[in-house]
Design a protein around this ligand. Sequence first.
Ligand SMILES: *[C@@H]1O[C@H](CO)[C@@H](O)[C@H](O)[C@H]1NC(C)=O
Ligand SMILES: [Ca+2]
Length: 150
Amino acid sequence: MARITALVLTLVCLLIAVTEAKVFERCELARTLKRLGLSGYRGHALGNWICLAYYESRYNTRAVGPPNWDGSRDYGIFQINSRWWCDNGRRPTANGCRKPCSAFINDNIADDVECAKRIVRDPQGLNAWVAWRNHCKGRNLSGWTRGCGV
Ligand SMILES: *[C@@H]1O[C@H](CO)[C@@H](O)[C@H](O)[C@H]1NC(C)=O
Ligand SMILES: [Ca+2]
């Protein structure tokens, strides 16, 4: 009996471990994005990315947006779009980052960052993100990295 209880508890814990969303803390994200080379990337200060990720996903790596007008969806901490940047099995997709969209809803954001760099290299830059345009563009963003030592 005790052995079965222990087994069940172990399984429950494992299940929680694999299904629990990772939600970054602001400074944790700032340090991680800096380490992954986003600070100053293409001339965009780190605060832009922290602000953008906050308004896109509230720093939740498992965030999946509701369907967009064209039926595409947005994935992960940067809400990367399935019409243009990743493949969620639905056609058409340009899959510009050559990734399944599921790669953008796990706890490892290294590939999300690589895709974000690809997106921001396009002429529209950060304007690709509506939330950045609406909430971050042209603002004083110093508060987003304050106290993070970055
Ligand atoms: C941005 O805001 C901070 C205070 O929140 C201030 O110290 C800083 O001078 C401001 N920067 C600009 C460019 O206005
Ligand atoms: Ca990822």
